[in-house]
Design a protein around this ligand. Structure first.
Ligand code: HEM
Length: 514
């Protein structure tokens, strides 16, 4: 018996060793890919290629890509491996322009994994091309400036509450954690313009939407691991089918949206919000006022209730954290730069005086220095610090002999580009003047891309900017913002999230203006 077991054990050890050796040889061979193509590459290591620290949550993916970008100084692109998948990080702005715009047809996939067992994942950001294209065409009219203007009063009401909250903090003379304060405001905005529901997060910090919002982005280890994999290694995410983080919140949102739609349909309720526009897509196949209204075949692609739920949930997750981080990062920089803050407040005061003291859509549109402050904030703190694409057909890189194969991953490090001293001298300095017309004209346009570009560019850009402007104007017209002894001078980033989110809160204090 003993001899029999010994023999079995030896065979087992031999079999496992052969499998491990075969896997190792396969990886060694795979890691020759970029070398064989004559492309410079960052040295990979078994088994994660170059992505080990980011996959394991030891380094933020945005920061990792920025480091690769910086080390590859002087190169147009550099090869990486995500596990075994070849990925090319592009540094050259002209090549970036080609990928996003001119040669989009060879890079039309985002190349992130969609776990289609989860209905809420079937939203614009994650959809593969054949479904993404018609969906994008249908959704675009929901984001015109006319539609946003119609939502302005709802946004401004949330802004008024933010101003009151800031004044209350100023009155108490206590420091405040601005990331949380602003997250409640942007949740109120996105929930009211998205779902037509008052989320009441500013009055009630434990309101249900704020709790769900926190859970989407600070989910447990397994869910955040799955979400990272969707971006960093879509193949592995597909192979293991690890849930990407939304499953827990799914039933709440789907039920809330279904109840909301049922109520509106039964009671003939119309509102100026996204659910209303998405309901038009569900019931008529087009958004009123869109040119599709007059086309014969619009009825062929009506939205289902599931599409409607997925996209409105998508707007929630894409909309609240990005804008919230933008506002809190602006406040942080303004607190550290009193001169810039005073100049901005002067502009706000002048414009509001011309508009009878009222914060209106037209008044905000006149604030050009505010626009520069936000642009500089998004340079230093791009909430989504990289863009993904996937090569969808063999493609010869311009001015080279390198042919990219279908399936090659493409990454563009916004964090790297935005901090490249060749494009932005003294990049750590916060300086809105960088966005003067003269300075912009002296720069390649594809070195600054906080909202991406091309057909996959952020559909919610106008809304994101509008809610950030409204938030800042409401605070800064009544209060100034100052650092405290505890205000960090060195922001560190959460290693487990794909968005560029600070690890800790940002403590500041408000002072009432007289
Ligand atoms: C300051 C705020 C925001 C920033 C910085 C931001 C940034 C981005 C970036 C970088 C992308 C990828 C673009 C590309 O790949 O070329 C993106 C895509 C997207 N964003 Fe935003 N975003 C913001 C606000 C919003 C808001 C408010 C919404 C919706 C209400 C939204 C919805 C989306 C959607 C649906 C996509 C996918 C578009 C597609 O693939 O067709 N975003 N965003």
């Amino acid at each position: 018996m003993g001899v029999y077991l010994d023999g079995l054990l030896t065979e087992l050890v031999a079999a496992v060793s052969v499998v491990l050796l075969a896997v190792y040889v396969r990886f060694r061979w795979g890691y020759q890919y970029w070398k064989k193509k004559g492309v410079s590459y960052a040295e990979p290591s078994f088994p994660f290629g170059n992505m080990g620290p980011s996959i394991l949550g030891l380094k933020s993916y945005g920061k990792f890509l920025r480091e690769v970008y910086e080390k590859a100084k002087g190169k147009r692109f550099i090869g990486l491996y995500s596990i075994l998948r070849p990925v090319l990080l592009i540094r050259d702005p002209e090549f970036i322009r080609r990928i996003l715009i001119k040669d989009f047809s060879s890079f039309h996939e985002r190349g992130v994994f969609l776990d289609d067992e989860e209905p809420l994942n079937r939203q614009l950001f994650f959809l593969p091309s054949p479904e993404w294209r018609p969906r994008r065409v249908k959704l675009t009219p929901a984001f015109t400036s006319g539609k946003l203007k119609g939502m302005f009063q709802t946004i401004q009401e949330c802004g008024r509450q933010l101003s009151e909250a800031a004044q209350t903090c100023a009155g108490r003379g206590e420091p405040v954690e601005v990331r949380e304060l602003v997250a409640r405001y942007s949740t109120d905005v996105i929930v009211s313009v998205g779902f037509g529901v008052e989320s009441d997060c500013q009055r009630n910090p434990d309101a249900v939407f704020r709790n769900w919002g926190r859970r989407v982005f600070t989910s447990d280890l397994k869910a955040s691991f799955g979400f990272r994999l969707n971006f960093i290694s879509p193949q592995l995410a597909d192979f293991f089918r690890i849930k990407g983080g939304f499953t827990e919140v799914s039933s709440f949102f789907r039920k809330m949206i279904a109840d909301n739609v049922e109520y509106r349909e039964k009671n003939n309720v119309t509102k100026r919000d996204f659910i209303d526009l998405l309901m038009q897509l569900k019931n008529k196949g087009f958004v009123e006022g869109d040119k599709l209204e007059n086309e014969q075949d619009v009825g062929k692609s009506y939205f289902t209730l599931e599409d409607l739920a997925a996209d409105s949930f998508g707007f929630f997750i894409a909309g609240f954290e990005t804008s919230s981080t933008t506002i809190s990062s602006s406040l942080y920089e303004l607190a550290l730069h009193e001169d810039i803050q005073s100049k901005l407040q002067q502009e706000i005061d002048d414009v509001l005086n011309r508009h009878g003291g009222n914060i209106t859509y037209d008044a905000i549109a006149e604030m050009t220095y505010l626009e520069k402050v936000l642009a500089e904030t998004l340079r230093k703190y791009p909430p989504l610090p990289f863009l993904n694409r996937e090569c969808t057909e063999p493609y010869t890189i311009p001015d080279s002999d390198v042919v990219l194969e279908k399936g090659t991953g493409i990454v563009i490090s916004l964090f790297g580009l935005h901090y490249d001293p060749e494009h932005f001298p003294d990049p750590e300095r916060f300086d809105p003047k960088r966005f003067s017309e003269e300075e912009k004209a002296n720069r390649h346009p594809y070195v600054y891309l906080p909202f991406g570009d091309g057909l996959h560019a952020c559909i919610g850009m106008r809304l994101g900017l509008l809610q950030s402007r409204v938030g800042l104007v409401n605070i800064l017209s009544k209060c100034s913002v100052r650092p405290t002894e505890k205000t960090t001078r060195d922001i560190s980033y959460n290693n487990r999230t794909i968005l560029l989110l600070p690890t800790k809160g940002i403590e500041l204090k408000f002072v009432k203006r007289i």
